[in-house]
Design a binder for this molecule. Structure first.
Ligand SMILES: [Mn+2]
Length: 484
């Protein structure tokens, strides 16, 4: 059996439920289109590993390229039509076995299945019968055209129908917000996979810590991570691994490269596997020689404390923003205590935050959603409760003097941070980065520390998915000395 489609008998109805939930969020007479995507070439005849689009995969579990799911909601009934590649012996000898559209439709329980080759003939006929088209505005249909372009091509043959009193579809709706809202909440099936992904990624981090020694390249540790992920049945990395040593620890997204690990330096690894489509995202920072220096340990412990406090408060009813502010309070307190920020100048944590001076050492947010995408979809803001828009004048909507960025920021400011609910999955990743030449004592230079774990909000608190690799200094030093 080939890994065409991720449907196990016990999960047979999961995708159908998702179709129904998606349809429930849309008006009647809607046609929803979502595609898996196309192969993309890296150079000459070399393609990138294919990975189905997250939205398509969420609705089908099907992993082949050039497939399209079409859901039609008509008189409150949801019909499903799957388009996929046909069997083709010559192509399969070269490129691998295909599922075939008939089989794919059967596995998935689609009402009708067609070859993808027929989609251009069939879609205009379907579009003639509905009022609302639901597509991803910014997604590509194949490696040349966007969905919105292909949709208007399918409208072309329908033009003449208008003379006979037929209406073309009247509305085009962006699928993004509807499906993002569903994907924001992880069901039991997804949580199970994410927990397993977290365990596999933890093993990779432990292997990298145990392998760490002066003289090897960052790449060497990246190879250990990928080796461990794949040996433990993860199909892919969730994102390009960050392995940063020495001064590179202060570069937020430093890709593993040729830099050599040195005795006395830190190594920061931000890496996670992708298992059955789901990402994990772990960051650990450790001393290359297995023993934290006094200064490294001092800064490290502030980051650990910030992360622990943020994880401790994460539960239903807390806002997403509170995770960040809780971590930030402790990070900034640590900056004042260690002298990174001048206590005489700023006095209190509140003042130091107000001044923005901490941003030279901590310039990102503490969390992001996690799921099929490592930076997963989902709102971070919501409407302010109990607040009606009193001022309906044009000035309320936009100020003509503002540039676009300022206008968008202004609109975002009218919303409030989203409240955490059961089933939401997020990272907690506070950090302190002290680049050389910053206005800080040179004993702290090139200390970049980030610690990141993945959590899922539960009924009363949260579950940590990624603590098979510890964060406390004692445990990390034990792991690192136990290998030789
Ligand atoms: Mn992250």
């Amino acid at each position: 059996m080939h890994n065409f489609i991720n449907i196990k008998p016990e999960h047979k109805n999961i995708y159908k439920q998702r179709w129904q939930h998606l349809a429930d969020s849309l008006p009647d007479s809607s046609l929803i289109l979502v595609g898996s995507g196309d192969n993309i070439y890296r150079n000459s005849d070399v393609d990138y590993p294919f990975r189905a689009s997250s939205n398509f995969y969420y609705l089908t579990g099907f992993t082949e390229p050039n497939a399209v799911l079409c859901l039609v909601k008509k008189q409150e009934v949801v019909y499903s039509i799957l388009f996929a590649l046909p069997k083709n012996e010559a192509q399969e000898i070269w490129h691998g076995i295909r599922c075939g559209y008939e089989n794919a439709g059967k596995y998935l329980g689609a009402d009708i299945t067609y070859s993808i080759d027929d989609i251009h003939q069939i879609m205009p006929k379907l579009l003639a019968q509905i009022s609302n088209c639901v597509i991803e505005f910014n997604a590509f249909y194949d490696n040349k055209k966007l969905w919105r372009d292909i949709l208007f091509e399918w409208f072309e043959p329908l033009k003449s129908m208008q003379r006979t009193g037929h209406k073309l579809p009247q509305n085009i709706i962006n699928l993004h917000e509807h499906i993002s809202e569903l994907r924001l909440f992880k069901d039991d099936y997804e949580q199970e996979i994410m927990l397993e992904a977290g365990k596999i990624s933890s093993l990779g981090h432990i292997k990298a810590m145990q392998t760490s020694k002066a003289g090897i390249q960052e790449d060497y540790l990246e190879a250990e991570l990928i080796h461990t992920f794949k040996q433990n049945k993860a199909q892919s990395i969730a994102y390009n691994s960050i392995v940063a040593t020495g001064e590179n620890t202060c570069i937020l997204h430093h890709r593993a490269g040729q830099s050599i690990l040195k005795d006395g330096d830190l190594c920061l690894i931000d890496a996670g596997c992708e298992l059955d489509g789901y990402s994990s995202d772990i960051t650990r920072t450790f001393p290359i020689n297995g023993k934290f220096s006094k200064e490294q340990a001092e800064i490290y412990n502030w980051v650990v404390a910030a992360q622990q406090a943020a994880i401790d408060i994460a539960k239903p009813g807390i806002t997403f923003e509170q995770i960040h502010t809780t971590a930030l309070d402790i990070l900034v307190y640590g900056m004042l205590e260690s002298g990174l920020l001048d206590k005489k100048k700023y006095g209190t944590v509140e003042n130091a935050i107000e001044s923005g001076a901490y941003q030279q050492f901590y310039m990102h947010r503490t969390s992001h959603w996690l799921g099929l995408d490592v930076h997963d979809v989902g709102r971070y803001k919501q409407e302010k409760l109990n607040e009606t828009n009193q001022n309906k004048s044009l000035e309320f909507i936009f100020n003509p003097q503002d540039n676009l960025q300022a206008s968008l920021l202004n609109l975002a400011g009218k919303k409030t941070s989203i409240i955490l609910q059961k089933g939401m999955a997020l990272t907690v990743e506070p950090a302190i980065y002290i680049r050389a030449n910053l206005n800080a004592d040179s004993k702290y230079w090139n200390i970049g520390i980030r610690i990141e774990d993945d959590i899922i909000i539960s009924h009363q608190g949260n579950h940590i998915l990624t603590r098979d690799v510890p964060v406390d200094i004692k445990s990390i030093e034990e792991i690192m000395c136990s290998c030789s």
